[in-house]
Design a protein around this ligand. Structure first.
Ligand code: LLP
Length: 424
């Protein structure tokens, strides 16, 4: 469910024509719907209502300050993976007591900043990291609240690059060594053990891997409780998939299915009164955003037809990086358009620069606008300046109004921090 729909053959975000935004802000431009973001958050929250829970939006999916503010206002916490993301959440007015810090390579200075801010939990991924965190917390004169990220060795059955819960992945500590890690942590004077954490992957289209992971963690948590640890939080990570609109794609579970699965799997731990933390990113932001781009040229080779647009893989990396499918629609719908098979490509000098390959699409003309859907998560957040391309503007729509929530970068900004040394 999202708020990008045709009205009188013109594509709108909520009550604003995408063509108006493209005319006034330029292209390529990311457009987010406030109503969709809020709806996704509230539906997810509702799906977990039978559990004591905290939703920590995964900032890496979409870190725009306006998006963070909007979700924070609805009660969301934040799952961060860097000092930069901590800074963003605080700048957006986020509640520091709802921040969890994930990631396999936190630096001492990132730990220090997070300790000073007073975040809820550090999700620690190795013994080395724990030892450093203990030292930094000691220097700061505080105790660090810790959950170990445990790798449950569950196959998330998703793209290998975003599958994280298998024992060959770099994430977490192995299940078999987990209890011993907790015992070691207990010997450190500046560490407070508060929880257990896992995250098995992203864009999951089944609920069973979530259930399998939780069932495996149950045993560990029960064992820790029996051993005198006071485990208050179970962080089950993010990962719920979304529909991208591909014909043969597996239909992802609904948030309600997910909520039921999680509560059923947690039932044996009811006596422990845990607070469940979830770190959803894509399911909140993915279908709440689109990338609007303009068709520059059309061309054909003996083998193919190409639609060259002004957005490229630096703006939206997912198709090039993961072979991901994003739905593409002309902003103006016409019944009389012939349908053809085309590659939608950007201006970058690499054959990997495509937004769609061999896609059946209504024929579009030069100068027309196209809307690349489901781009609200891992879209702008992964954009780069490759080819010295300023990153797109970002716009947030709210009913019949919109605001530019990130100005388009300028070429001057891109070179601003560079210098030519005297010896040249
Ligand atoms: N928690 C942790 C520890 C994570 O590593 C991630 C995503 C999430 C939560 C949020 O997962 P989500 O609910 O969004 O699936 N760039 C890739 C996705 C990478 C996901 C990395 N971790 C893509 O564009 O598909």
């Amino acid at each position: 469910m999202n708020h990008f729909n045709y009205r009188d053959n013109e594509l709108y975000c909520e009550d604003v024509p995408l063509a108006t935004i493209a005319r006034e802000v330029g292209t390529p431009v990311y457009v987010y719907s406030r109503a969709t973001l809020a709806r996704h958050y509230l539906v997810f929250d509702q799906a977990l209502s039978s559990l004591d829970h905290l939703i920590c939006f995964s900032v890496k999916a979409n870190s725009n300050l306006a998006v963070l503010r909007l979700l924070g206002n609805l009660g969301a916490g934040a799952d961060i993976v860097s000092g930069g993301e901590l800074y963003r959440v605080l700048r957006a007015g986020g509640d520091v007591r709802k921040i969890v810090f994930s990631g396999v390579g936190k630096t001492a200075s990132e730990m220090r900043e997070a300790l000073r801010a007073g975040i809820l939990i550090f999700n620690v991924e190795s013994r080395d990291e724990l030892v450093l965190l203990d030292r930094v917390a000691g220097e700061e004169g505080v105790r660090a609240p810790v959950a170990f990220r445990v790798n449950p060795d569950v196959d998330a059955e998703t793209h290998p690059y975003i599958s994280t819960g298998l024992k060959e992945n770099k994430f977490g500590i192995p299940m078999a060594a987990a209890h011993e890690h907790y015992r070691f942590a207990r010997t450190l004077s500046n560490i407070d053990i508060v929880g257990v954490d896992c995250h098995i992957g992203s864009q999951l289209t089944k609920t069973s891997p979530f259930a399998d992971a939780i069932v495996r963690l149950n045993q560990l948590i029960q064992g820790l409780a029996d051993d005198g640890f006071s485990i208050r939080y179970l962080d089950i990570g993010g990962g719920l998939g979304i529909p991208y609109g591909k014909e043969d794609e597996p239909e992802p579970p609904t948030p309600a299915d997910y909520g039921q699965t999680v509560s059923a799997a947690l039932a044996p731990l009811a006596d422990l009164h845990l607070t469940v933390i979830c770190e959803p990113g894509r399911v909140i932001a993915g279908n709440a955003g689109a990338l609007v781009t303009r068709v520059l040229y059309r061309k054909s080779s003996e083998a193919k037809h190409f639609t060259v647009v002004d957005a490229a893989f630096n703006d939206l990396m997912r198709p090039a990086l993961y072979g991901s499918f994003h739905p593409i629609r002309p902003v103006v719908h016409r019944d009389d358009r012939p349908v053809h098979v085309t590659d939608v490509v950007g201006p970058i000098c690499e054959s990997g620069d495509f937004l769609a390959r061999d896609r059946e699409l209504p024929e579009m003309e030069s100068g027309e606008l196209a809307c690349v859907g489901a781009a609200g998560a891992y879209g702008f957040a992964m954009a780069s300046n490759y080819n010295t391309r300023p990153r797109p503007a970002e716009v947030l729509v709210d009913g019949d109004r919109y605001a530019v929530v990130r100005r388009r970068e300028t070429v001057e900004q891109l070179v601003d921090s560079e210098s030519i040394p005297d010896f040249l």
